[in-house]
Design a protein around this ligand. Structure first.
Ligand code: PSU
Ligand code: MN
Length: 306
């Protein structure tokens, strides 16, 4: 009943213990404009291959789960407007109705775990939105991290969110938030957030080990890695904060909510920073892909020791 195609390159990698890194598709269709979105995926896939790993970009095409889009599929998805944004709640319906759609962090985690992929690189995960106490807008990504055993490499929760509430919810849900190589939680476009990270690790090996320990203890769920954006690509927290405030005010004025809020805010911030936010976004995704390859490779090595 479920139609799923695993790219032969991904299948071969899984069979031969070659590291595979899953990638989401909402970042392509809802996170960045064309053609930057297409160039971003191509660059990210190149980085993954340069690390002797295999990329697996995940999406739903005409009701078929795709684990590892081909170059042509990536191109056509990146050009398509008004693609569905599929998260956990939409997944089965999209498959039932033969839809085409991009998968968010939550849906990508589910499909990755189903295909036995353990490492997934993205830009930023969703979280608790500002004013969530009134709107109840909390991303399904957080629940997913609590349930699905995938290590997700992000540049920290997007700074458009309420970062301290996001950390609180992750703690409640039992999700380890591991910042790579610094004490402070990074905030997507910025290396700093003003918040201390719950956990710090300084190597891919430690992150891989802790993934395996959770597995051995049968603790459900995954890990969220917060990998600070490279210094030369960051927009400082002080600089981005007023811009985020403005974007949030506009969203309120235009009464944008639910699934549309994150794409709306990203687009507003893009305009307000004259494209600088996009440049930073692309660089941080590349940086995350690089760390993800190292974690995926360590997972294979460490698993042999158990
Ligand atoms: N990271 C980015 N850009 C994005 C997203 C993440 O750099 O567009 C997407 C992811 O797919 C994430 C989603 O799962 O935004 C969160 O949306 P929401 O806040 O509606 O749950
Ligand atoms: Mn939401």
């Amino acid at each position: 009943m479920i139609k799923r195609q695993i790219n032969p390159e991904v299948e071969n990698a899984l069979r031969n213990n070659i590291p595979v890194v899953a990638l989401e598709s909402t970042i392509i269709t809802h996170g960045m404009p064309y053609p930057e979105n297409l160039n971003m995926v191509n660059d990210v896939e190149k980085i993954i291959r340069a690390n002797n790993a295999v990329p697996a970009t995940i999406a739903i095409l005409n009701g078929v789960i795709k684990i590892g889009l081909t170059k042509n599929e990536v191109k056509s998805l990146s050009e398509t407007k008004d693609v569905l944004k599929i998260s956990r709640s939409d997944l089965a319906a999209a498959l039932t109705c033969g839809k085409t759609g991009a998968t968010t962090v939550s849906a990508t985690m589910i499909l990755a775990a189903n295909a036995n992929l353990k490492v997934f690189a993205t830009g930023g995960v969703g979280g608790v939105h500002l004013d969530a106490e009134k709107t109840f807008d909390i991303s399904a990504d957080l629940q997913e991290l609590a349930q699905t055993p995938v290590t997700v490499i992000s540049a920290g929760p997007k700074a458009i969110l309420d970062l301290s509430k996001t950390l609180e919810v992750l703690e409640t849900l039992g999700v380890p938030v591991i910042t790579y190589d610094q004490d402070e939680l990074p905030a997507f476009w910025s290396r700093s957030s003003g918040l201390k990270s719950p956990i710090r690790m300084n190597s891919a090996q430690e992150i891989a080990r802790s993934h395996l320990i959770r597995e051995a203890l049968e603790i459900p769920g995954g890990q969220l890695v917060a990998n600070p954006i490279p210094r030369n690509a960051e927009i400082s927290f002080q600089e981005i904060l007023p811009i985020i405030k403005k974007a949030n005010l506009e969203a309120k004025k235009e009464m944008v909510s639910d699934k549309n809020l994150t794409p709306f805010l990203l687009d507003k911030i893009y305009n307000l920073t004259k494209g600088e936010s996009l440049k930073a976004n692309i660089e941080l995704v590349k940086n995350n892909a690089d760390l993800a390859c190292k974690i995926a490779s360590c997972l294979i090595e460490e698993a042999k020791k158990i």
